[in-house]
Design a protein around this ligand. Structure first.
Ligand code: NAP
Length: 294
């Protein structure tokens, strides 16, 4: 048997992303031992029963003791407090990482607690579903999806290379960028689409002339897709918008400007403007599909 990449990996948070990582690590034989911690006993017991971890611990400090890789898989708003809790039990040379959908705020909250000699390599796998919890995970979640690494400057190159290998073996394609740039990219490709979905589904529900029954009965195509996205975990998404505020507000400004232009075109009956806009966006969709095929 070839030597695993890590001796002991600690997963802090055993929901969709934590459990998918556990399954992906088991599939690729990346860790000799996987320990886990989650807030509730129910989640810990489920995770152990499913089998994507080897041991569970009520105390996160016990989960990280002796680990050479620790991955925070919890909502971004709690990453700082958990880093502080585990700081005293991190061994020298270990790598601490996370999977949070926001990077600058997580770095600001966690970095001050990472002891000298421990490497901090934040990550964000751009992969997910609208489901949560330990039963939602599966080994293929990261296959062919991008995982962004945002290591602070001066991070040890060997540790970065190890995390690139880790995510590649979990099935992902890896890119390294600054946390600030990541947050802008994530705001437009992920956070704003979710906000629009949360908004439109709420708007449809609030309408007085159209009943909730009709919305459910006739939901088709676009609206149905929006309801899937709008079913995503409320805690996770609350934390995303609270922690990526500036980037989301910047993108919302662009969005509102463009929406105002489309509103004017509809009001003015400007078919050419609408046709030109929809032609441009159809072309972008084709580009995405071509990229996926290549
Ligand atoms: P999830 O399925 O809701 O799981 C969250 C896990 O965190 C649960 O095991 C929960 O434990 C645990 N947790 C919450 N608060 C805790 C605390 N105070 N102490 C210890 N454990 C705690 O969430 P997820 O979808 O895996 O998301 C986890 C992270 O991945 C988030 O930062 C999110 O931004 C990021 N992410 C999510 C997606 C996505 O599509 N879902 C995609 C990419 C990245 P209990 O079950 O006991 O409450």
């Amino acid at each position: 048997m070839t030597k695993p990449l890590f001796e002991k990996v600690a997963l802090i948070g055993l929901g969709l992303i934590g459990s998918s990582l556990g399954h992906a690590m088991k599939r690729a034989g990346l860790a000799r031992h996987i320990s886990g911690h989650a807030r509730s006993k129910e989640t810990r017991q489920q995770a152990l029963a499913i089998g994507f971890i080897d041991t569970v611990h009520e105390d996160p400090r016990q989960a990280v003791a002796g680990a050479d890789l620790i991955i925070l898989c919890v909502p971004v708003g709690i990453c700082g407090a958990l880093s502080e809790t585990i700081a005293g039990d991190l061994q020298k040379g270990a790598i601490v990482s996370d999977v949070g959908s926001v990077k600058s705020a997580v770095i600001k909250a966690c970095a001050p607690h990472i002891p000298p000699g421990v490497h901090f390599i934040p990550a964000h796998p751009m992969a997910g579903t609208e489901f949560s919890g330990p039963q939602a995970g599966f080994a293929e979640l990261f296959n062919q999806k991008w995982c962004m690494l945002t290591p602070p400057e001066d991070t040890d190159e060997t540790a970065i290379a190890k995390m690139v290998e880790f995510w590649t073996k979990c099935g992902a394609k890896v890119e390294t960028m600054s946390a600030q740039h990541h947050d802008l990219v994530a705001a437009i490709v992920s956070h704003l689409p979710h906000l629009i979905a949360f908004n439109i589904v709420g708007t449809a529900d609030d309408l007085e002339d159209i009943t909730e029954r009709e919305v459910i009965k006739y939901a088709a195509g676009g609206f149905r897709d929006f309801t899937r996205i709008a079913a995503s975990d409320p805690t996770m998404w609350r934390d995303v918008f609270l922690n990526n505020r500036e980037a989301v507000l910047t993108m919302l400004e662009h969005f509102n400007k463009d929406l105002a232009q489309l509103t004017t075109a509809i009001r003015d009956g400007d078919g050419d403007e609408l046709f030109a806009h929809f032609t441009r966006t159809r072309h972008i969709r084709k580009g995405i599909l071509d990229e996926e095929k290549s």
